[in-house]
Design a protein around this ligand. Structure first.
Ligand code: GDP
Length: 361
């Protein structure tokens, strides 16, 4: 599956966020490098459409789509040169398909900040610089390899060499590859390198309910705007307490701390977008289920996602649009008005398709 890697300096709230996203139990401790092995957890993607469908079908079971989060231990200055547990962290980030970058915007004298001050913009810069340095190394190595391997250059290697050189001169200015103008073709040529500063990213401002936090948040918003990235504020510590409360307790707790809505759902929805996922549904009396799939996938790929046998014996896919089903509430009616579609294996799945696969085993 596609994964979001949670990154940031030590003690900024990464594990706390990971826990509230996945309700896992990884140890949360006031200690840099507490998270040595990356933890992988699963977060359900809340989708109101499921409950709307359930009102019509009354299934025994409802299953949400989900995404994976990796809790990657804290990155520090010099990671690209092997500082801290540098190289290991960087290779964990390489595995991630998108990045959730947590920034500490809360003051708390009991919790050490690795550089002894709360200064979000510099913190972001430290992390992004490590990503840039690591990418610089990766590109240089790739260039060397190309030069070694191909004594007589062909069109392909020349093309790759040009893209790599373009990246190198951009990275030299200490800029993220995300803001380099690369076309789809150029991105494809270097996709095997899984370059870190090219990954889609969102910023999470871990705030307290004080004025200083809100100022930091504004600084981050300005910075993110330049990259076309989103910033999502979250009260990680408070949210952690919310997890084990019932609805009533939650209500009064949120009122007491003046929190209007939880940032969690926001983070999950945005991660889904960053990963370029869309949702299709399967619906029956036993189960209604939402499935996450890469935007642009075909019905054959969707079938494979459900079961490999489905794709082997694939015959066709029957498609009902979510909005049609909500409006007409019955397959018969939808067939009558001609909006029930039968599609082949190359049909491109659309967000909200309710799919029924026909297959041979
Ligand atoms: P990580 O090293 O980035 O994974 O950070 P952790 O999630 O382990 O958090 C480090 C410490 O900071 C823990 O003691 C947390 O309880 C605390 N912490 C996390 N978020 C907040 C917050 O929003 N406010 C305060 N005051 N403390 C927090």
């Amino acid at each position: 599956g596609l994964k979001c890697g949670i990154i940031g300096l030590p003690n900024v709230g990464k594990s706390t966020l990971f826990n509230i996203l996945t309700k896992g139990n990884s140890a949360v401790a006031n200690f840099p490098f507490c998270t040595i092995k990356p933890n992988i957890g699963i977060a359900p993607v809340f989708d109101q459409r499921l409950s709307k469908l359930a009102q019509i079908i009354s299934p025994k079971k409802i299953t949400h789509a989900f995404i994976e989060f990796i809790d990657i231990a804290g990155l520090v200055k010099g990671a690209s040169k092997g500082e801290g547990l540098g190289n290991q962290f960087l290779s964990n980030i390489r595995e991630a398909d998108a990045i959730v970058h947590v920034i500490r915007c809360f003051k708390d004298d009991n919790i050490t900040h690795i550089y002894n001050d709360i200064r979000p913009l510099q913190d972001v810069d430290i992390i992004n610089t490590e990503l840039i340095l690591s990418d610089f190394d990766t590109c240089e190595k790739a260039i060397l390899q190309l030069q070694k391997k191909t004594k007589n250059t062909n069109h392909e290697t020349e093309k790759k060499m040009n893209v790599l050189k373009k990246c190198i001169s951009h990275l030299k200015k200490c800029l993220m590859l995300k803001i380099l103008d690369l076309n789809t073709d150029e991105k494809e040529i270097i996709s095997d390198l899984r370059l870190l500063s090219l990954k889609p990213t969102m910023y999470i401002a871990n705030i307290n309910e004080d004025k200083a936090s809100y100022c930091f948040l504004q600084d981050l918003n300005k910075l993110a705007k330049k990259e076309d990235a989103v910033v999502i504020p979250i009260y990680a510590n408070l949210e952690l307490e919310l997890i084990n409360m019932n609805t009533e307790e939650k209500k009064s707790f949120m009122h007491e701390f003046n929190i209007t809505n939880s940032g969690l759902n926001n983070i999950i929805q945005n991660s889904y977008k960053l990963l370029n996922l869309i949702t299709f549904f399967t619906a029956g009396e036993k189960e209604i289920r939402a499935w996450e799939i890469l935007n642009g996938s075909t019905s054959l790929q969707a079938a494979h996602k459900i079961h490999s046998d489905f794709s082997k014996g694939f015959i066709r896919a029957q498609i009902i649009k979510y909005l049609d089903f909500i409006k007409y509430k019955s397959e018969v009616k939808i067939r009558e008005i001609g909006r029930f579609k039968t599609e082949g294996k190359n049909y491109q799945i659309q967000d909200g398709d309710i799919v029924h696969f026909l297959f041979n085993i």
